[in-house]
Design a protein around this ligand. Structure first.
Ligand SMILES: *[C@@H]1O[C@H](CO)[C@@H](O)[C@H](O)[C@H]1NC(C)=O
Ligand SMILES: *[C@@H]1O[C@H](CO)[C@@H](O)[C@H](O)[C@H]1NC(C)=O
Ligand SMILES: *[C@@H]1O[C@H](CO)[C@@H](O)[C@H](O)[C@H]1NC(C)=O
Ligand SMILES: *[C@@H]1O[C@H](CO)[C@@H](O)[C@H](O)[C@H]1NC(C)=O
Length: 333
């Protein structure tokens, strides 16, 4: 009897020990991923104090998340990180989320090798100090859904390869020094027109130039926000804009656009905010009757020919803000 109990106890203890060994084996960090994190740590000033010890997954390093001993997420927002983003990061082949936002001291250019992060779905580098070109390898991030590079010092064009990001839902490149035309697809060259699942194009406050291509817009698109304000865009608003039925906010203000406002816009019935101010638009005030959700409309500082109060204004039930104000119009009875 006593013997049986002793044997049972021994077996139980052995079980506990082997379970602990198993747990440790499972939780400890993949050695390749550990080497990459060590390399990032080497490169950066002001990493969190918990970035110590040799098991970032099990004895967790702040901002690091793992799954099955692989690093799947790095979130280090607003902690005054300083330094550059090492090209070694490509080794984190299971990384899904990289968020280094609001660390102004992160400078230098993005490494070409970032394109090898094949699992990356979220890349957020807003409000850092990155500069140089956006690497064209970014178009190889086939799982990418969220790309936020706004508020940095990037220069040069939007890499055409961005058009290959078929899962992209959010594109924010605003507040940089990007220039050149808005890329559209041609032959085997991809372009922004291919991003039919993207809800947000935030491209304002850069130095983009040339015309807004007619080919950029199609009825396949699902864009909600099209923000192109404060660039150097010229030419007319393409009538194809009226095909994107999902649009809610359109900012074209502070460019050098001209011509008349295309009548196709009035079919955009979900539009709530439309910014056309500070351009060189001419012709009659656009007829926007039908934009039933419109509550903010700014057409100021253009050279529209007519100052007569357009009858259709009174049909816009949701409109609460209008520039120029009604007092600027001549009422005709
Ligand atoms: C973690 O890994 C398992 C197996 O590889 C996978 O099924 C699961 O979806 C992963 N979880 C996350 C959050 O990636
Ligand atoms: C875009 O994807 C296509 C198809 O996968 C590929 O052939 C092409 O080289 C890619 N283009 C760029 C610029 O990445
Ligand atoms: C839009 O959809 C049509 C029909 O589904 C397709 O033929 C066309 O290539 C699509 N255009 C784009 C830009 O995806
Ligand atoms: C009117 O718009 C032009 C650009 O078309 C700009 O240069 C000018 O500063 C604007 N004027 C005002 C008062 O905002």
């Amino acid at each position: 009897m006593v013997q049986t109990r002793t044997v049972q106890l021994i077996i139980f203890c052995l079980l506990i020990i082997s379970m602990q060994v198993l747990i440790q084996l499972e939780a400890s960090t993949d050695s390749g991923d550990y080497v990459v994190l060590e390399s990032l740590k080497e490169e950066w000033e002001n990493v969190p104090p918990t970035w110590d010890g040799s098991d970032p997954c099990d004895d967790p390093w702040e901002g690091i998340d793992c799954n099955n001993s692989r690093v799947i997420s790095i979130k280090l927002s607003s902690i005054n990180l300083k330094g550059e983003l090492s090209g070694d990061i490509e080794g984190l082949s299971e990384l899904q989320i990289l968020d280094l936002s609001y660390n102004k001291g992160l400078t230098g250019s993005l490494p070409q090798s970032i394109g090898n992060l094949k699992s990356l779905s979220i890349l957020i580098l807003v409000g850092c100090g990155f500069s140089g070109l956006i690497p064209n390898t970014i178009g190889s991030l086939s799982q990418l859904e969220f790309l936020s590079l706004n508020l940095n010092n990037f220069i040069g064009p939007i890499p055409a390869s961005v058009g290959n990001l078929s899962k992209l839902r959010w594109l924010d490149l605003a507040d940089n020094k990007l220039s050149g035309p808005l890329p559209i697809s041609r032959g085997s060259t991809p372009g922004l027109d291919m991003l039919v699942h993207t809800k947000h194009f935030h491209l304002g406050r850069n130095q983009f130039s040339g015309e807004i291509p007619d080919q950029l817009f199609s009825s396949n698109m699902t864009l909600k926000h099209l923000l192109l304000e404060q660039n150097q865009l010229t030419g007319k608003i393409p009538s194809s804009l009226g095909l994107v039925q999902t649009l809610e906010v359109v900012r074209l203000d502070r460019n050098s656009l001209d011509g008349t406002i295309p009548s196709t816009l009035k079919s955009l019935t979900l539009m709530s905010e439309l910014f056309l101010s500070n351009n060189k638009f001419t012709g009659p005030l656009p007829n926007l009757a039908g934009m039933n959700a419109l509550n903010y409309l700014d057409m100021s500082n253009n050279t529209f020919s007519s100052a007569d109060f357009p009858q259709w204004f009174s049909s816009l039930q949701s409109l609460t803000t209008l520039y120029p104000s009604l007092s600027c119009f001549r009422f005709i009875s």
